[in-house]
Every structure is written in structure tokens, then in C-alpha cells.
Ligand binder design. Sequence first.
Ligand code: UTP
Length: 301
Amino acid sequence: MSRKVTKAIFPVAGLGTRFLPATKSVPKEIMTLVDRPLVQYAIDEARAAGITEFIFVTSRGKSALEDYFDHSPVLEQELRKKGKDALLGTLKETNMDSGAIAYIRQHQALGLGHAVWCARRLIGDEPFAVILPDDVIAAEKPCLQQMLEAYEETGGNMVAAMEVAPEKASAYGVLDVNRDLGGVSGMVVEAKGMVEKPKLGEAPSNLAVIGRYVLSPSVLKNLDNTQKGAGGEIQLTDAISADIRQGKPVYGYRFRGERFDCGSKAGFLQATVAFALARDELRDELQDYLRGIAQQTKAAE
Ligand code: UTP
């Protein structure tokens, strides 16, 4: 049986240039879907999967993130005084236990692989998860939980995989599939390679890697020697591929759920609509509004 995974790395040190000028002063991960910052969705997913140690790789200008997870006694007292119990409950759910959360600085945005490597001393010699908070996944069972259940059977390294159209593949790391294992609910494939951002027409499959990983500590060792790859960045994909070359297994997990690329404006807007429509108190009004727009657009055609 595989060792239990209790630590997760949240790399949040990127520059977030696609959201400038907002990200000049607001970390991308603090931007909200309805009323919850992206990072809250990531933390909730990790907690549901049994993660108890949360390691954030941050950078200059991200202090709002640290503040977000702090307790806010004055605000709590005020809500208590006013009898706003529901809001008080919501607020308390965002509190993190003392010692459960750690922050490491990535001094230069050298790439996702480098960001993960920055957390190596806090991981030590055990398997760990990586969650990219700008990939938000709506799922009945949270994506990382699905993956950890599968990982209990497979061990090795596991990446979340999603089918993409061939013309979109060059935006992702893509799996070179060795064989379909079926495995847990038929969701697991074994990879014989991974290619980061393949050129158009050169993707080895239609299975793209998105922002959830369960990795063995050997990947951190590989990162010691990983050189800059696609886009001039130190790529996590390259360090995982090195494990495959050393004969260690890497699996792709076809998760059930809908992934939103909240690192892009279009993805963020789609997620906003989807998460708002999932809320009882917002659904009717928003649906009316969207129907109105659709009708106007149709009439104008
Ligand atoms: P992105 O590729 O989305 O980059 O990073 P970015 O800087 O956040 O955004 P853009 O492209 O400039 O708009 C994917 C994830 O990896 C983290 C980011 O914070 C994000 O969660 N990352 C990326 C780091 O932590 N450090 C890096 O050096 C690069």
C-alpha cells in the first residue's frame, strides 16, 4: 500500500501577467469566484483529500495571501455581537490551524518546477501533492480526493489528465501514453513520456496535464538537476519525465469534473458564471439575465 499523502504544495509565486493591471497589487489567487478567493477552493479540495500540511510557495507582493489565512478576532467579535452567526461560521471555516500552513519564498519566477523545488526541505522524503490554485475543478468528489484514492492502488507519480482538442495541446504538458490501465473506475493510464508545450501537430496524445499532481520525493531530487525547458522556465513536467526515464511509473488520472483555467480571463469568467449558477441565492436572477442576453444576441443576428 502507498504511503499516506498529508502534505501539499501550492505554488503561487507566478507573476500573473495575464491579469494585469489587477495583479499589480492583488495576487491572482486572491481574486474571487463569487465570494471566495481561488485559494480557498484549493484549500478546501486539499482538506477534503486528507491534507493536513499546506505549503505555499509565494513571492514578493503576495502578503495578502498570508493575511487571508490569519484569524481576524475583531471581525469575528463584531459578527458575534451582531448575531451574524452564518457569516461568522463562513469566516471561521477559512481559519487555518496554527502550524498547519507554511510559506516559502521563491525569489525569482523561474518556473513551476523551480517553485516546487523551493519547498523540498519541508517535504523531506515522503510523497506529496501539488495543487495549482488557478486550475479550479468543479466535481462531486474533489479531484485530489479522486486521485489519492487511485494512488492508494498505484503508488508512483500521478498527474491529473484531461482530454483537449489537438489545436489546444501546445498550451499544456501532454502525456505520451504507454497503456490504458483501466484501474480505479477505468480512469488510469500509464505514461511512457511527457512533453511540455508540444509544437502544433506534435502532441503525443490528446491527454493534457492540468494542475493536480501526486508526486514521489524522487521528483524533487530530479529538480536538483533540471535545466530550463519550454518557455525558458524550469518545468515540473521535465522532472516528472526524468522519473519515467529512470524506470519509475507515472500515471495519468482522468478525473471526473469540470476544470476551469482561472489563469486566463475567459476561463475565469466561465468559472464565475458556473459557480454563481450553482448557488441557490444567485441562480434565478443570473439565469434570467443570461437568458435576456442570449435573446438579445439572437434578435440582433
Ligand atoms: P502560470 O503559467 O499560470 O504563470 O503558472 P503565472 O505567472 O501565474 O501567470 P501568467 O502566465 O503570467 O499570467 C502556473 C502556476 O505556477 C505558479 C503560478 O503561481 C501558478 O499557480 N508559478 C509559476 C510559480 O509559483 N512560480 C513560477 O516561477 C511560475
